[in-house]
Design a protein around this ligand. Structure first.
Ligand SMILES: [Fe+2]
Length: 300
């Protein structure tokens, strides 16, 4: 079996892969990095259950890895904030494993027995790693500042290795699992699986994912999700959601997203708060006692 460094090398250096005489592959994994990245140009794009959520996980993994590497172990506040963020992210990864185990793997196995076996085994290993990473993070946070530096560095490296393995795992899913799902299921059926996954989550869990979607997805992928949410949410709750998204985006990106959501829903997004304020003002004015005739306009 190759080391993880050897397995990853061909992804960044195709020449080395050719010289090595091997296709890009993770240890013990048949198949491949390239096929999932480029769907055949002439073929219609299929509904991809993995695309958005895996972008969110890749973004979150990279962000957390950066924070762990840059952490100031002398700062209690920074260590505890990082611990809180990492533990929350690891919980999201656990939930993601559960969703795939409950909704995707049974669908694959139902029509192509054995096709989810490798993914299932890797999920079991990832569950163990996730628990270990959380325990390691909590142990670092519980140490006095003077003794945190070395274990924090160890945690950073462990999380980096886990991230590398998880990136390979997600690549396998996007290549091999999608090939099975696209061959065995229609897009309508895949969409109903996606709906079942969304319906199984609490609003808080969905909001947790939106934190990463907001940063990780292009407007073309994010806007339809928000437009769908708008249809089932009270205006005020939607404003809160948009504010959460806005906090993760640059102003230009935010404006582009608002325009896209407005175009899809036919409802104002950015001006919604203004519209509410105007309506409230109008109601107050209508209910207010009549102004004395002698009052000047500037006295208000
Ligand atoms: Fe997975």
């Amino acid at each position: 079996m190759k080391t993880i460094d050897q397995a990853l090398l061909p992804i960044f250096n195709p020449t080395a892969a050719a010289e090595d005489g091997e296709r890009c592959r993770a240890p013990g994994r048949a198949g491949a990095v390239p096929p999932a990245i480029a769907q055949p140009g002439a073929a219609p794009l299929r509904f991809d259950l993995y695309a958005s959520i895996h972008k969110a996980i890749r973004w979150g993994s990279a962000e957390l890895l950066g924070r762990l590497g840059a952490i100031d172990t002398d700062s209690d506040a920074e260590v505890h904030a990082t611990a809180q963020a990492l533990v929350a992210f690891l919980e999201q990864l656990r939930a993601h494993l559960r969703h795939e185990n409950r909704h995707l793997h049974p669908a694959m196995e139902a029509r192509r027995p054995g096709s989810a076996a490798q993914g299932g085994e890797e999920h079991e290993a990832h569950g163990v790693s996730i628990d270990a990473l959380e325990a390691e993070m909590r142990a670092v946070a519980a140490l006095p500042a003077a003794r945190r530096r070395e274990p924090a560095q160890r945690l950073y490296r462990h999380f980096a290795l886990f991230t590398a393995e998880n990136f390979m795992h997600m690549q396998h899913e996007e290549a091999a699992h999608n090939a099975v799902l696209w061959a065995e299921y229609s897009d309508a059926e895949l969409l109903s699986i996606e709906h079942a996954i969304v319906a199984s989550q609490t609003p808080e869990q969905l909001a947790g994912w939106m934190h990463w979607f907001a940063a990780a997805l292009p407007t073309a992928e994010l806007a339809p999700r928000l437009a769908g949410a708008r249809a089932g949410m009270p205006a005020e709750a939607f404003e809160g959601l948009m504010a959460q998204v806005a906090a993760r985006q640059a102003p230009a990106r935010r404006a582009q997203l608002h325009r896209a959501v407005e175009a899809m829903t036919g409802l104002p997004v950015a001006r919604q708060r203004v519209a509410h304020a105007r309506a409230a003002r109008a109601a107050r004015t209508a209910l207010a006692p009549a102004r004395p005739a002698s009052a000047s306009p500037s006295s208000s």
